[in-house]
Design a protein around this ligand. Structure first.
Ligand code: WT7
Length: 659
């Protein structure tokens, strides 16, 4: 799977097939350009048209964009609507109540189908239950749940009553959960007894108990527990309540609470360059509009499609492309509880065959690991499965290397399905730069062109455009409806992180990019800040460093990423202990202890792959850690940097050894 960097003139171009183009909603590049031109000619008129066409308003908006408090932009702000109403009631009222909304496949293969009417019932009951607990509009509710219909019900029920949810991925530790509960000031936590993944039961409720016991979560009045496995869990009434008992006596009829367009639908914590994760705040109307529109544009979703996004609801992908976007379109979607490698690495392909999935959306990491699995075990090679139902493929979360793209295109898509490489972020709410399946010629490794209305550009540090063919930083020049509104509780940090003065009002994505010299296609070159992307999961180096130095043995730590064939990047930690530098078995023991410690502080996804010990860290004369040098060491490259200022050149040898 080695990739030679694509030479601009050797780029291989893949054209969407005639059929894909003809039937597509945005059919052909002229249709794409026409939409772009519409947005350019009358930016607010363009968004106003879409906002009216695609959302149902209880009170229509008259104002489109309010930029008087920039960069705290407001969209459609005098309009009122309800997100859950737009995802559920509209379809039931249109006579589509019997249509399947969610096909849930459990870890053990059990399949459950939930129709739109049934989902509306469940959401109504649970929303009434939340109200009975005194949860009000604007209250924050933390959701720490497994992949489950109930997880979506919890999110939609919050939306129905105007409570702002904050979903925390089930892989985060008690400490991380506690930090998020405290920062959000949540009044309620919704969880499950346990989750099932890969044939194992993993705790959730116990971690909530631990998080709350750590203190600082005094705002939490109740913990609502969905019984998933029936495993033994500690129960602490009246704080703890079972979801099924709570909803049993409730009416399924819960009139939606109409909220302002800008009302915060959710907070989602994500990593930045400093230690503390930031609570990205999203709106109701602008967010939902884009979640829905990108389903229609990027996935060209149709009534008879079976859509499958493999993300977890704990990430933004699961918000936009499981909990909201597909439902806003009245689509049928798969929701999968388990992991791609259980009972074997053919699970995804088997599920596509069995359910006749038509649109499949996953992460490059998953593709790369399944390629490796197929190479080592022919029984799980996709050629053993009938994947003929597929018509569109997508990737998200990290750059996809051309070799993996081509494998995906050939072996999963049968050379027939357009691959949409979607670039976006937690902060953008939905896709930003991506091919359109019925229009854009595709180049493996490039996310191609921005969606209509999205003003992406590559600029230098002063906000000036750089010529095509020259690398720079990726910005979005104009605000768009689904953009981050603020960082919860920290508007100053929002301004500093995303609208730094030097850029003159452009949104700073935090990624580097380059546009192709000939066609202007975007290729993402990776983060320009101290953020790592491991298996599509975003992690701050400082966050991991703080976790390491909170261990009593650690004096100092520096974390960098190094390229990895499967996970994209791997975490490499350079550590100085308060005691003498360990070697051999002892170093291995301490490394294991440090990994476990990071797992406790943040979660298993943040555990460093490599740990290296030195007497000290390489620093410049002014005392700054030489991170570029550490990156070379992490890659096992020859050090070409100037090391003449190093007090102790012997550390280069020490830091070359991995434990
Ligand atoms: C970061 C955002 C997008 C939702 C899931 C991750 C990287 C995302 C791509 C892509 C290259 C990508 C960027 C971005 N990224 N998609 N198609 N090609 N890089 O959301 O956790 O907020 O991470 O993921 O570096 O900034 P997130």
């Amino acid at each position: 799977m080695s990739d030679t960097p694509a030479h601009p003139h050797e780029r291989k171009v893949y054209y969407p097939g005639q059929q894909a183009v003809q039937s597509a909603r945005i059919s052909g590049m002229d249709a794409y350009r026409a939409l772009c031109a519409e947005a350019e000619a009358d930016y607010t008129g363009f968004w106003a048209r879409l906002g009216k066409e695609h959302l149902q308003w209880q009170q229509p908006f008259t104002r489109v964009l309010d930029d008087s408090q920039a960069p705290f932009y407001k969209w459609f702000d005098d309009g009122k609507l309800n997100v859950s109403y737009n995802c559920l009631d509209v379809h039931v009222q249109a006579g589509k109540g019997d249509k399947t909304a969610i096909v849930f496949e459990a870890d053990d293969g059990t399949v459950t189908r939930v129709s739109y009417s049934e989902l509306l019932d469940k959401v109504g009951r649970f929303a009434n239950a939340l109200k009975s607990l005194g949860v009000n509009k604007g209250d924050r509710v933390v959701i720490y749940m497994p992949m489950s219909v109930e997880g979506v019900v919890a999110m939609q029920a919050c939306a129905r009553i105007g409570a702002t949810h904050s979903v925390v991925f089930g892989g985060f530790s008690a400490q991380s959960l506690r930090d998020r509960i405290e920062d959000a000031g949540a009044v309620l936590v919704i969880t499950a007894d346990e989750q099932r993944r890969g044939g194992k039961s993993l705790p959730l409720k116990a971690i909530v108990d631990e998080a709350l016991a750590l203190g600082g979560c005094e705002t939490v009045r109740h913990v609502v527990v969905y019984r998933r496995t029936g495993g033994q869990v500690a129960f602490n009434p009246p704080r703890d309540l079972w979801m099924h008992e709570l909803t049993a006596g409730q009416s399924p009829d819960c009139p939606p609470i109409w909220v302002e367009a800008e009302h915060p639908l959710f907070l989602l914590y994500t990593s930045g360059s400093t230690g503390k994760p930031k609570g990205v705040q999203h709106s109701s109307a602008g967010y939902l509009l884009w979640a829905k529109l990108t389903m229609l544009w990027t996935f060209d979703i149709r009534p008879d499609d079976l859509f499958w996004c493999t993300a977890d609801i704990g990430w933004v992908t699961g918000h936009s492309y499981i909990a909201y976007g597909p439902l806003a379109c009245g689509a049928t979607e798969i929701m999968f509880e388990g992991v791609p490698t259980y009972p074997d690495a053919g699970r995804f392909w088997k599920m596509i065959e069995q359910h006749k999935v038509t649109i499949f959306y996953t992460a490059p990491t998953a593709i790369r690991s399944l390629i490796k699995a197929a190479e080592t075990n022919p029984a799980v090679h996709p050629r053993n499965y009938d994947l003929g139902s597929l018509r569109i493929l997508g990737t998200v979360g990290e750059p996809i290397n051309p070799a993996a793209w081509e494998w995906y295109y050939e072996h999963i898509g049968g050379g027939r399905c357009p691959v949409v490489d979607t670039w976006w972020q937690t902060e953008t709410g939905g896709h930003m730069i991506t091919p359109l399946p019925g229009a854009t010629p595709m180049v493996p490794g490039s996310c191609t062109l921005p969606l209509p209305g999205i003003t992406a550009e590559v600029v230098d540090e002063t906000g000036h455009g750089v010529p095509w063919g020259t690398g720079g930083i990726l910005v979005i020049k104009k605000p768009w409806p689904s953009m981050i509104r603020t960082i919860w509780g920290d508007p100053e940090r929002f301004k500093k992180s995303y609208y730094p003065e030097e850029l003159g009002g452009y949104y700073l994505a935090g990624d580097g990019a380059i546009r192709d010299a000939n066609d202007g296609y975007f290729t993402i070159t990776g983060r320009i800040d101290d953020v790592l992307n491991v298996s599509g999961h975003r992690m701050g180096t400082m966050e991991i460093e703080s976790a390491l130095v909170s261990h009593p043995l650690v004096a100092e730590a520096a974390v960098v990423g190094r390229p990895d064939d499967i996970t994209g990047e791997a975490i490499c930690a350079f550590v100085v202990l308060k005691r003498s530098r360990p070697e051999g078995e002892e170093a291995q023991k301490i490394a294991a202890e440090l990994r476990a410690h990071v797992g406790m502080e943040i979660g298993p996804i943040a555990k460093p792959r490599d740990i290296r010990f030195g007497d000290n860290l390489p620093k410049t004369r002014s005392g700054k850690i030489m991170r570029r040098l550490l990156r070379s060491l992490a890659k096992g490259e020859a050090v070409t940097q100037d090391t003449s200022t190093l007090e102790n050149p012997a550390i280069l040898d020490q830091l070359g050894k991995t434990y």
